[in-house]
Design a protein around this ligand. Structure first.
Ligand SMILES: [Zn+2]
Length: 287
């Protein structure tokens, strides 16, 4: 991977939207290219500063404005004849930042469609009130950091003696300044999306997010620990499951009964410490 290609992928990398191969490639590039690694840090900081912005009404011609501004950035960059592809290093740096801010507002425009400012669900008030919500098909991780908070996001893994599993893959680490809003859309694509695990500093539980896996044939009767059972519920009922988990628990025999997800989940969690189960907008919350 060369520098231009790496920088093209910054945004997708930051969002955790890259394939595993690309993710490995870009990580390898950062190991060998201090300059891109530094640029990526700058990119993340600019991006992070966007997440503290509140929602605004998006003008109809915003897309066009961004396109024009990006053209201008390209033009300025060529004219400055700086080394091409170097992020934040040309005379156009300020314009790039402005474009990134605008793009952040545009991100997932479906989430903002409609009238009035109350389309965005309310954001929780402290780090421990982290929420996982689904807005028009996109899952969002959000909270307001009461104090400086670190969030580690990991993916998948099979060794469930601990949570997150020992072999889960780290996909991003964010540090959120006190008072900042953390508001991250999670992209889960493909027929077998893996669970995500969130370790939040100051929070003793691990947050597990389980997505329906359309390509996995799930039996209603099986033996599984808590994460396996929650994954089976996500698969069997087509819901996103968000759980605050202390550990994986012991495997028990399960039989998911009934057409209704709440009833099935409550029955499945009966012999565990997770008694608070609610369903909001396609997300099953387990506490
Ligand atoms: Zn590079």
């Amino acid at each position: 991977m060369n520098c231009d290609k790496a920088q093209e992928l910054f945004s997708d990398f930051h969002e955790g939207a890259l394939t595993e191969g690309l993710r490995l490639n870009i990580n390898r590039h950062f190991e060998n290219c201090a300059s891109c690694a530094q640029d990526f840090l700058s990119f993340q900081q600019a991006y992070q500063s966007c997440s503290t912005l509140s929602a605004v009404a998006v003008p109809d011609d915003l897309g066009e404005t961004i396109a024009r501004r990006l053209d201008m950035v390209d033009f300025e960059r060529k004219r400055a004849s700086a080394r091409p592809g170097r992020w934040l290093r040309t005379a156009a740096a300020a314009a790039v930042v402005a474009a990134v801010l605008a793009v952040a507002v545009m991100y997932k425009p479906d989430s903002y469609r409609g009238t009035g400012a109350n389309i965005i669900p309310p954001i929780a008030q402290s780090a421990t009130e982290l929420t996982i919500e689904k807005v028009n098909g996109t899952v969002w991780i959000r909270f307001v950091a009461g104090e400086k908070t670190r969030v580690d996001v990991l993916e998948g893994g099979t060794v469930e003696s601990l949570l997150p599993p020992n072999d889960a893959k780290p996909i991003r680490v964010d540090t959120i300044a006190a008072g900042s809003h953390y508001n991250v859309p999670v992209t889960v694509d493909g027929p077998i999306p893996q669970p995500l695990w969130l370790k939040v500093s100051g929070m003793k539980e691990t947050v597990g997010i389980f997505f329906p896996q359309p390509a996995v044939l799930t039996s209603r009767t099986f033996t599984g620990d808590v994460p396996q059972t929650l994954q089976a519920i996500a698969n069997g009922y087509g819901v996103v499951v968000e759980a605050r988990l202390i550990g994986p628990g012991k495997p028990t025999s399960q039989s998911l009964v009934g057409a209704e997800v709440l009833e099935a989940a409550r029955a499945a969690m009966e012999n565990t410490s997770y008694k608070s189960i609610s369903l909001t907008n396609g997300v099953l919350h387990v506490r």
